[in-house]
Design a protein around this ligand. Structure first.
Ligand SMILES: Cc1cc2nc3c(=O)[nH]c(=O)nc-3n(C[C@H](O)[C@H](O)[C@H](O)COP(=O)(O)OP(=O)(O)OC[C@H]3O[C@@H](n4cnc5c(N)ncnc54)[C@H](O)[C@@H]3O)c2cc1C
Length: 415
């Protein structure tokens, strides 16, 4: 590809799609959509904070995204202690593929989308080269001033930009079965001998799905063991699987697991480690971080436009920017000169050398400003993820969980 894009977005899940939808008007964006490789396993539950994120985008969600039926209680099952308790929850039961498709469409025609998987990244003097492979096996390279890693758990961008910042990863496995007479439910399943994490069981559109997050070693055997227990002890119809899905899922444990990238290479959603370490709720973080980066990038584009208008009025040559390098070499200064300390730090972190041209320096400053604004705007999300660690003992320490379940605190009382 010859064109040089302002941003290359890798991944068309909720994070990448919201970024594209909000930034399409002010930036030239190429989106690599690797979702053709199959459905991502997901509970498909939209938490209230995700619904709030959609509302704050000013969007309304089409009902075709919703699944049948809506369930407003979560049944918590401790398979080892054989305790079952129900708790009220106000999640929306939705069809995840339809949800992702709806979000992808929100960018309209303002974004160029290629169905392709990014296979390699390379930083160059003026941005990034991204190699990608299309479903027909053809390969190509795209170039952009900035890249956005919206590529979920196992992010290629995260590995390239932050080697050594590995997060604890589980293998999520999920299977779908015919419903066969089970009353609709949403259940969260715990069984310490086979998993230090949790599993889930839910009904959706005439099928029942069982899935769980397991340590990668022995994941399939442990999944099968939990399935057997649910089938034999509780009678769930988990015999003939209609389909099986699997993927990685992150469990952030420390502050350093949450990594937003650096100037010119931004991480969104799960790629940044933004996912609840207790419940694996991650859609709200994906939506909010996508919106935050778009706001930061749009603000930078507006500043640049304002300066261009001012320069034109004063008869100065254009200063150059994301895509406008004409006459920029003539300008011997780096833009407005208002470079914040954090911007200077980020510029260093971006590996920008001393021998940049004025145009490159201006772009570097802009990227650093975007990154500083993005980091500031997502500070609350990072705090929220870390706060959610406090819930883990009540869910994952078997003795404490049993104590809470037996006490009936906050449990539903059926009338
Ligand atoms: C089993 C399971 C159940 C879950 N259930 C829920 C739930 O009920 N509710 C909830 O809120 N959260 C849930 N989550 C978490 C939620 O799915 C994620 O946190 C959320 O999808 C993150 O959004 P994202 O846009 O950051 O990444 P993703 O949704 O993972 O999207 C990443 C996209 O990037 C694409 N991609 C990856 N690599 C490349 C590449 N190299 N090139 C091009 N494209 C690429 C992928 O195909 C995908 O389309 C669940 C997670 C798992 C694993």
């Amino acid at each position: 590809m010859r064109e040089i894009w302002d941003y290359i977005v890798i991944g068309a899940g909720p994070a990448g799609s919201v970024f594209c939808a909000k930034a399409a008007a002010s930036l030239r964006i190429l989106r690599l959509d690797g979702s053709f490789r199959g459905e991502k396993p997901c509970g498909g539950l939209l938490a209230p904070q995700a619904a709030e994120a959609i509302a704050s985008l000013g969007w309304t969600m089409p009902t075709k995204v919703l699944a049948d039926p809506q369930v407003f209680a979560v049944r918590t099952m401790d398979l080892q202690a054989e305790i079952v308790q129900s708790y009220p929850r106000s999640y929306l039961n939705m069809r995840r593929p339809a949800f992702d498709a709806w979000l992808r469409g929100m960018a309209g025609s303002g974004v160029t989308t290629i169905r392709a998987r990014a296979t390699g990244l390379r930083q160059e003097a003026d941005g990034w080269a991204v190699e990608f492979r299309c479903p027909d096996g053809s390969v190509d390279t795209a170039r952009g001033r900035a890249i956005v890693g919206a590529d979920g758990a196992g992010s290629l961008v995260r590995r390239a930009v932050a080697p050594g910042r590995d997060i604890l990863r589980y293998t999520a496995i999920q299977q779908w079965f015919p419903l066969e007479g089970v009353a609709p439910l949403y259940a969260c399943v715990f069984h310490r001998p086979t998993s230090e994490s949790c599993s889930w069981l839910f009904t959706k559109d005439g099928q029942i799905a069982f899935g769980g997050a397991f340590a990668p070693k022995g994941a399939r055997e442990n999944f099968e063991e939990q399935k057997r227990l649910l089938r034999e002890r509780y009678g769930f119809p988990l015999a003939q699987a209609l389909r099986t899905e699997a993927c990685a899922v992150y469990r952030p444990r420390r502050r350093r697991d949450l990594y937003m990238g650096r100037a010119g290479a931004y991480l969104l959603g799960e790629a940044a480690g933004l996912i609840s370490p207790s419940s694996f709720e991650g859609i709200s973080y994906a939506l909010k971080s996508g919106a935050a980066l778009a706001d930061a990038a749009n603000a930078a584009a507006r500043r640049r436009e304002g300066e261009a208008v001012q320069d034109a009025r004063e008869g100065k040559p254009a200063r150059g920017g994301m895509g406008n390098e004409n006459c920029a070499e003539a300008l011997g200064a780096s833009g407005s000169g208002l470079v914040h300390e954090s911007v200077k730090r980020n510029r260093g972190a971006a590996g920008m050398g001393e021998c940049e041209t004025p145009v490159q320096r201006r772009r570097t400053d802009e990227a650093a400003q975007v990154f500083a604004a993005y980091r500031r705007a997502t500070a609350g999300l990072r705090r929220e993820v870390l706060r959610r660690r406090a819930k883990r003992p009540f869910m994952y320490w078997p003795w404490l969980r049993r104590l809470v379940m037996k006490s009936g605190v906050q449990a539903l009382r059926r009338k």
